[in-house]
Design a binder for this molecule. Structure first.
Ligand SMILES: Cc1cc2nc3c(=O)[nH]c(=O)nc-3n(C[C@H](O)[C@H](O)[C@H](O)COP(=O)(O)O)c2cc1C
Length: 141
């Protein structure tokens, strides 16, 4: 059984709901999901995995929150050759924070699932939840 870590940062629960849906997708596909808030995570737990998921909402001016940004900087050093699923919630923007994040992981040598992140406007609706589950299923393969 494949174990997939799903690590997220969320301020009001929107990206957390997406993380839980990604985790559900992993489990529905027969894997084991560990859904972990970034403050409880350590990048070393991703070192031996060939795939994992990272989620965070748009903060600042189309940026990651500082805590997640620091975590991602560490992950950049260990993600070459790995498959990464990205997801997160936003409000008034056009998803620029996620495009920048995809570019960042790709530049670090990772393959981003579908070449783009799963994004949801505020609380994930049924379509976004389904996309998150599909992301989890892809990572569980
Ligand atoms: C300080 C702050 C900065 C934000 N910056 C952006 C932004 O640059 N672009 C955007 O689309 N939404 C922005 N948002 C909106 C959040 O991304 C949105 O509310 C999201 O649903 C929060 O998800 P979360 O509960 O997972 O943190 C910002 C919200 C806050 C509080």
């Amino acid at each position: 059984m494949k174990e997939v870590n799903v690590i997220y940062w969320s301020s009001t629960g929107n990206t957390q709901a997406m993380a839980e849906a990604v985790g559900a997708g992993v489990e529905e596909a027969g894997g084991k999901a560990n859904v972990i808030e970034v403050s409880a995570a350590d990048a070393s737990m991703l070192k031996d995995a060939d795939s994992f998921a990272l989620g965070a909402s748009a903060m600042g001016d189309e940026e990651l929150d500082a805590e997640m940004d620091d975590f991602v900087t560490t992950v950049e050093g260990i993600c070459s050759g790995k498959t990464v699923g990205l997801f997160g919630s936003y409000d008034w923007g056009d998803g620029e924070w996620m495009r920048k994040w995809v570019d960042r992981m790709t530049a670090a040598g990772a393959t981003v699932v579908n070449g783009e992140g799963v994004i949801a406007n505020l609380t994930p609706d049924d379509d976004a939840v389904a996309e998150c589950k599909a992301l989890g299923a892809a990572l569980a393969k």
